[in-house]
Design a protein around this ligand. Structure first.
Ligand code: ATP
Length: 218
């Protein structure tokens, strides 16, 4: 069965989410108050509707609560973003992702029960800064304020050793949850698996532990 999403707000962020979800085969209902934006997405989204989602009756009549995942990508109008999220939450939408405009907005969204709060400009800035600071850290995904998943290129320091020999979890408190070698991906590698130079390690843990691991071992 196709995955189904609703995307509310078709700015650059919401618009690119709609395009990508459709590209990946999902059914997407796209909503915006601006009819020009809706015209633009009429041929792209499965359904494109002009509507103001701060009206509970509108959300109800569109049957939005039947969707598993709703993305609220209303940007500048923080009030509309909060009100929409609140209504979706009250109607019991299982997963709500909301774009936050600033830290206060994010705080309120978390308080009212948004499941995922994203801060695209800030998150991308952090990711790029992290990549620039370290030649070995290839990519970075923040899980919470203190935990991340990072992709790290294995150096000669650890090549040739198995995970059990390196005892990474006990020594550094991080876990290697995957290893990419060329086109091959090993998910949940075994303790006896050996690391080779150029392997890309997928490491999960607290940021402080990941930093320690990168500095000592990579
Ligand atoms: P981006 O940075 O992603 O381009 P933005 O942060 O500038 O977006 P806006 O352009 O302010 O965000 O808002 C995104 C879209 O949300 C706009 O197209 C706007 O018309 C729409 N929008 C605003 N309020 C509502 C609402 N109450 N219901 C539905 N759509 C709305």
């Amino acid at each position: 069965m196709k995955k189904e999403f609703v995307v509310i707000g078709l700015g650059r962020f919401g618009g690119s989410i709609v395009r990508e979800l459709v590209k990946q085969g999902a059914n997407v209902m796209a909503i915006d108050t601006d009819s020009e934006r809706i015209d633009e997405f009429a041929q792209i989204a499965t359904q494109a509707v002009v509507a103001d989602t701060t009206e509970e009756s509108v959300i109800k009549s569109l049957g939005i609560w039947n969707f598993e995942h709703v993305i609220v990508a209303i940007g500048e109008n923080i009030q509309a973003s909060i009100l929409t999220t609140l209504i979706l939450k009250e109607l019991g939408v299982p997963q709500i992702t909301v774009k936050a405009q600033n830290d206060y907005h994010e705080k309120v969204l978390r308080k009212i029960g948004a499941d995922y709060v994203v801060h695209p400009e800030r998150d991308m800035g952090i990711r790029i800064a992290n990549n620039m600071m370290s030649n070995s850290v290839l990519d970075y995904l923040e899980l919470s304020g203190e935990h991340s998943i990072v992709e790290i290129k294995a150096s000669e320091k650890i090549a040739g050793h198995s995970l059990i020999e390196l005892d990474i979890r006990a020594k550094y408190g991080v876990n290697i949850v995957g290893i990419t070698r060329g086109d091959e991906i090993m998910v949940s590698p075994a303790a006896t698996d050996r690391i080779e130079v150029g392997d890309i390690l997928l490491v999960i843990g607290a940021d402080v532990d990941i930093d320690r691991f990168v500095q000592k071992v990579i």
